[in-house]
Design a protein around this ligand. Structure first.
Ligand SMILES: [Zn+2]
Length: 120
């Protein structure tokens, strides 16, 4: 864990993440952010600034228009999980737009550390 926490309990890690309520739970953030769209946008934005790995798709090697994606989907965490857990480095990987969509829709699966096509 690379994160440093200040006396306020707020994250003071990489640039762009100061003030992010990393120790708040998904339930608290969902309430705070109001709409599901805003909630997910904030989670994604935080993941992107937290991620320190190469911006190269781990599935195919493409390196333009790459997303930071969650290995365990945000929806699969309980409301008690904190943003710190959800956006932990170990739960983040780079995927380009197509591979991200395929992963989120079950056409790519992580098998022994490798992303492999499934279900087609
Ligand atoms: Zn890809």
């Amino acid at each position: 864990m690379f994160a440093a926490t200040s006396a306020t309990g707020r994250f003071s890690g990489p640039p762009g993440t100061s003030g992010t309520p990393i120790d708040k739970t998904l339930g608290e953030l969902r309430q705070e952010y109001g709409t599901a769209a805003f909630f997910h946008a904030k989670i994604r934005g935080h993941a992107r600034t937290s991620y320190t790995g190469p911006m190269v798709c781990v599935a195919c090697g493409y390196d333009l228009h790459v997303d930071v994606s969650h290995i365990k989907h945000v929806k699969d965490f309980p409301p008690e999980a904190t943003l710190r857990e959800v956006n932990d480095q170990k739960n983040l990987m780079a995927l380009d737009k197509r591979c991200h969509w395929e992963y989120d829709h079950g056409y790519l699966a992580l098998v022994n550390g490798q992303l492999l096509p499934v279900g087609r």
